[in-house]
Design a protein around this ligand. Sequence first.
Ligand code: SF4
Length: 368
Amino acid sequence: MPTRALSTAGEDAVLDALARQGEPAWRARQIQAAIWQPFVGDFDELLQLPATLRRALAAEFAFSTVSIATELLADGGETIKLLCRLGDGQTIETVAMETPARADSRRRSTVCVSSQVGCAVGCPFCATGHMGLRRNCTAAEIVDQVRAACRALHSRGMGPATHIVYMGMGEPLANVPATLESLRSLTEDAGISARRITVSTSGVVPGIEQLAASGMPVTLAVSLHAATDELRNRLVPINRTYPLGKVLDTACRYAEQSGRRISFEWCLIGGVNDSIEQAEGLRDLARRAQAHINVIPMNRIDGSPWGPPEPEVARRFLGALRGARVTVRDTRGGDADAACGQLRADLEARRILRPDGTLSPPRVPARA
Ligand code: SF4
């Protein structure tokens, strides 16, 4: 089984393989284009290449580093949640969301990728945080999630992907080398504009600085969830290492250097961070940073006493944000274990997901 990933192998590696097969260099462009064709799932389907070359490439490169363990649909088929199996049997979640064109906006297809298997940050409201960190994803595993999601969208008459968000399992800026390499591949190889890519962080200050130094003008989203250090220490434990003031200063510098408006993510949790004081604190921080606020009502997860606030409390919270730029994000995929890590956690708890990433067959009820 080849371990070298085609999606991040680079042009030189492909040219080298072509030269060894006595094939012309222009085939590298053919192969590069084919990587991103959403209707191609394996080397066998690259019918524009000679069969001997297809076999040689398959022996040297992995066409994809992810395979689909299971696929769930939600929101009337406009949200596709994928459980992706990696080469070592680990599983991660990827979500593709189609938003049809409206009178005031164009169609968009957003792919949400995971950057780690699990996460060390340990936010108590997050199913992935409950897993702990198993390992980092490679750049190819991040890129190949996008390719798998594009294929899933295409097979249902949707896509291609217009926007990418690093908001799945894991903290992308705790895995900077793979995050930066995957960003390079998505922007240069797949041609997705950096302005349509969002990297979300819980506030890893050195990671934000490295992202700024990369010069790729992606949007930075800071998962704030609390407007005071006292509450944030509980909700986003990395705040004890990188407190709010330091995160905000670094995020503001990122906005200046990249020319991109930053956004603050706020998972709204009933009785925890839905007070008027927290809303006013958030509004003031957003003014200072000229940030956009995304409020996401919490998805319930098994084993957590927390959930979304009562509608009246949520209305008062949003009212206190008046004057700030605010979007209330719909919790897409609510009927498909939408919160990150939830699908994997649910399948593990029901003992359907085996340690090697395969799924147990459904149980056949015993005959009476
Ligand atoms: S919310 Fe994000 S940073 Fe926090 S534990 Fe979950 S994946 Fe990690």
